[in-house]
Ligand binder design. Structure first.
Ligand code: GTP
Ligand code: NA
Ligand code: MG
Length: 453
């Protein structure tokens, strides 16, 4: 038994500062000369507890927070889509999340989008109210705790920050959350903490990290207890071509151990693929990357929780969001069937009348279906991964004969193939296309209302 690092997803509206926050945490770590202590991965950054302790500068002691977890595994998300990919069946892959909001801009479409995803998967989160250094008149105190820097601001600036925080409290309230500035929170299980920070100056980051460590250890201990020598379980974040390596898989391992030569089972659009790991790659610590041209370092194994790049033959058609399981000869069939079931649980194919849904990843398809079911009682005829094809148009056209509002394709983050375009107009099928899930559903719901009037 072992306690693994919690997986912390960072999400929020575009340019609200997700990557800068992680850069700051990593940068601080480099400044502290923790070479080798930090592993950065495309999308995943492992921050050891020692580095966090240094950033927190005594706050862990001040609040009597023990150090049980080995660190935090951060996942940076571009917009929201990666996060929906980052889920495993029965819940989200993220144990915890940071919802970043630019304090000067407040809630924006992707903020709501992210919040909806957190709600859907019941992921505990804290709100980082970012860019406090941009508040008019703010005097920055680099890497200082929020409470210290706040005390040093003039009353007018303090008031300005309070007003902006209460706007966030209001926005969260409208979405059904009881939120407060972190130092006024009385019950961490029922209230959402807002931590004012600057990803640029580092202000407030000590409290943000202290809070994450505290929450993880107090409320997620069972969830974080794993078998460290059992076969790995993970999720594929991205499938991408890498120069000289061919198709590689960026994965998050959330349970067990993954070894070179392990036989792994993954999902493709059509079925399941079984392959053997040729090599496991971890990016070198930041300083080493600067010095040498080779970005990756080969490792023999990785233990949860960690991010890793996998090189293996025959993985070109693996779908982002696919589960990853290690199989032995004796349980290969069982695992193959389990993995296959994951796709079948999300994929829908019936001959009943209903709409067609197409999405880019397993996670996003699941999220679209979930949200549609929450907002409407419209039946689904086809739900699948991939671009909108001629066949999809025909399926929707058939449904349209039953009810006009079924003659619809919801397309999330996918293209409409040229062959589909040629028959679309004549078919009278309506395509809703959006890369914001809740907008996609909203547009469809609004259109239905119009039709019914
Ligand atoms: P996407 O990944 O594109 O969704 O954006 P992001 O949320 O990762 O934002 P990013 O970190 O790229 O920051 C966007 C811009 O805001 C950059 O120019 C940052 O330098 C700036 N920025 C981020 N955080 C802060 C902050 O705390 N203060 C100030 N002044 N600028 C910030
Ligand atoms: Na950006
Ligand atoms: Mg970013």
């Amino acid at each position: 038994m072992k306690i693994r690092s919690p997986i912390v997803s960072v999400l929020g509206h575009v340019d609200h500062g997700k990557t800068t926050l992680l850069d700051n945490i990593r940068g601080t770590a480099i400044a502290h000369k923790e070479a080798g202590g930090i592993t950065q991965h495309i999308g995943a950054t492992e921050i050891p507890i020692k580095v966090i302790e240094e950033i927190c500068k005594g706050l862990l002691e001040k609040y009597s927070i023990q150090r049980i977890i080995p660190g935090l595994l951060f996942i940076d998300t571009p917009g929201h889509e990666a996060f929906t990919t980052l889920r495993k069946r029965g819940g989200s892959l993220a144990d915890l999340a940071i919802l970043i909001v630019d304090i000067n801009e407040g809630f924006k479409p992707q903020t709501y989008e992210a919040l909806n995803i957190l709600k859907m998967y019941k992921t505990p989160f804290v709100v980082a109210a970012n860019k406090i250094d941009k508040i008019r008149g703010w005097k920055a105190h680099k890497n200082s705790s929020f409470l210290e820097t706040f005390e040093k601001q003039v009353p007018k600036v303090q008031q300005s920050l309070e007003t902006k925080i209460y706007e966030l409290v209001g926005s969260l309230h409208e979405e059904g959350f009881n939120a407060e500035r972190f130092d006024r929170v009385t019950d961490f299980t029922s209230q959402v903490s807002i931590v004012p920070i600057s990803a640029l100056t580092g202000e407030g980051i000590p409290e943000l990290l202290t809070l994450l460590i505290g929450l993880a250890q107090q409320y997620l201990k069972d969830q974080l207890t794993i078998e460290s020598d059992s076969p790995a379980k993970g999720t594929i974040l991205e499938v991408k071509e890498e120069k000289g390596l061919g198709t590689t898989l960026d994965a998050i391992i959330y349970d067990g151990v993954l070894k070179q030569n392990d036989k792994i089972v993954l999902l493709t659009l059509e079925d399941v693929v079984v392959t053997r790991i040729r090599s496991l790659l971890k990016p070198k610590p930041l300083e080493e990357i600067r010095e040498s041209k080779t970005e990756f370092k080969r490792v023999k194994e990785v233990v949860a929780a960690s991010g890793v790049k996998i090189v293996a033959p025959g993985v070109k058609d693996v779908i982002p969001g696919s589960p990853l399981r290690v199989a032995k000869d004796e349980n290969l069939e069982d695992i193959r069937n389990e993995i296959r079931k994951e796709l079948e649980e999300v994929k829908i194919e019936t001959d009943k009348a209903g709409i067609v849904i197409k999405a880019d990843t397993l996670g996003s398809l699941e999220a679209v279906i979930k949200l549609l079911k929450e907002e409407t009682d419209v039946p689904i005829r086809v739900a699948d991964i991939g671009d909108v094809s001629q066949r999809d148009v025909i399926e929707a056209e058939v449904s349209k004969n039953t009810d006009e509002i079924y003659g619809v394709i919801l397309a999330f983050n996918v293209k409409i193939l040229p062959s589909a375009k040629t028959i679309l107009e004549e078919s009278g099928v309506k395509v809703f296309s959006n890369n914001v899930i809740y907008k996609l559903i909203e547009d469809y719901v609004d259109w239905m209302k119009e039709i019914k009037e």
